[in-house]
Design a protein around this ligand. Structure first.
Ligand SMILES: [Zn+2]
Length: 407
């Protein structure tokens, strides 16, 4: 088919950007380009480079990138993730995993010859094709949208859906759009959830995949899907969000391909650090990092994330970052960022609120600061294993976070 312009390139980052052996396991992408322009391919290369430095996988993630006129459908981007269950080393049986994640967990390609991700992007929009963050108002930032779509392709994705009668279910209704656009054979999902769906719960903490609470399919599930009351509950996600469950997008009218598989737009503004995986993309929005919550969600799904990326995502998003490592035995590092030179205090409090250690009590310069704490109190005594709170006070704000000392 000579009308098909297919160029394949392979991005390998592990040896280029990660000089030290311990970071040798970042991920590589291989993209098949359809109808693309060099500028669109460059934007895709940039998005793959960003994710490639974050994800840890020794198998290649294969993507079909279709740069097509999708204006009749009204979407900016649409992504289909290939899926597999009960694979080698699968952490949970009878649960669907995106193939990219399954291969990363198994440590080999599991004999999968199809692509992991099909991605359709509407080429007719007014795109900003630059690979930097300087997207002008009035244009859509292609790198940002590609980062978002890859996020879906690697697991930020749900198989919740409604049938023609509005009955909600996990994996019983495959939307015809999916079957029509997927380059891979869409498996019969047999009512078995996707790994992401296992973490979705309502305000009361009831898991939506718990069939003792919500039959699959049922109108009870419809009520949950459309109740504006859903959250993602996973250990890493909670750690990334100050021990609070991030709210998911679950509007009163179910939106296929949007409900449940995004963070709630009103809780996470598009330009904030966690704004990448919100449902709507407006012109002028820029976001070149997935943000701590999305990285936490991916970790809960089973992804290994480059620890440097986690650290950086915090530093970029928060004035006061989560200490690292946490929990810790001998020493932990607390990082914070000051916009301007100011007098500050950084103190450690025990679980009942007593100040046990003052780490900083003086003026500090603008920029990033990293303070280590050795788990001792102001008198040099080792503190018992417990949860502690560290608090940064600047003239403008008081910020605190929990940390865990384990002996
Ligand atoms: Zn999306």
């Amino acid at each position: 088919m000579n009308w098909l312009k297919q160029i394949t390139y392979c991005l390998v980052f592990s040896s280029l950007l990660m000089p030290s052996k311990s970071y040798s396991q970042s991920a590589s992408f291989q993209v098949n380009n359809y109808f693309t322009s060099p500028e669109a391919e460059q934007a895709m290369q940039k998005a793959c480079e960003i994710w490639g430095n974050i994800l840890v996988s020794n198998t290649t993630i294969h993507v079909n990138f279709y740069w097509v006129d999708a204006s009749p459908f009204g979407f900016l981007g649409l992504t289909l993730s290939n899926g597999i269950k009960n694979f080698q080393n699968a952490p949970i049986s009878n649960v669907w995993y995106p193939t990219s994640l399954a291969k990363a967990i198994a440590g080999n390609d599991l004999g999968i010859t199809d692509v992991d991700i099909d991605m359709y992007i509407d080429s007719t929009r007014n795109w900003y094709l630059g690979t930097d963050g300087n997207c002008p108002a009035g244009q859509f930032h292609l790198v940002k949208v590609l980062l978002h779509e890859i996020g879906h392709g690697i697991g930020f994705y749900s198989v919740a859906n409604l049938d023609a009668n509005g009955i909600g279910s996990f994996s019983t209704v495959i939307n015809p759009v999916v079957s029509a656009l997927a380059s891979f054979p869409v498996p019969a999902l047999n009512g078995e959830p996707l790994i992401y769906d296992l973490f979705v719960e309502n305000l009361q903490g009831e898991q939506l995949v718990d069939t003792l609470l919500f039959l699959n399919p049922s109108s009870a599930l419809t009520a949950q899907f459309t109740g504006n009351n859903l959250y993602f509950n996973g250990v890493n996600t909670l750690n990334a969000n100050n021990q609070s469950r991030p709210r998911l997008y679950a509007p009163n009218t179910f939106a296929f391909g949007s409900s449940i598989l995004h963070l709630n737009e009103n809780s996470f503004s598009p330009n904030s650090a966690d704004g990448l995986m919100t449902p709507f993309s407006s012109a002028g929005e820029t976001n070149l990092t997935p943000g701590p919550i999305t990285l936490g969600i991916l970790q809960d799904l089973g992804w290994t994330i480059n620890p440097i990326s986690i650290q950086n995502s915090y530093l970029e998003s928060q004035v006061l970052a989560q200490n690292y490592p946490n929990p810790f035995k001998k020493e932990t590092t607390i990082s914070f960022f000051l916009n301007s030179s100011s007098p500050i205090t950084l103190k450690i409090y025990d679980a009942v609120g007593r100040c046990v250690r003052t780490l900083v009590n003086h003026k500090m310069s603008a920029g990033l600061h990293q303070i280590t704490w050795n788990g001792k109190d102001d008198f040099g005594n080792n503190l018992p294993q417990n949860m502690y709170i560290y608090q940064l006070c600047t003239p403008h704000q008081k910020l605190s976070r929990k940390l865990l000392l384990s002996n």
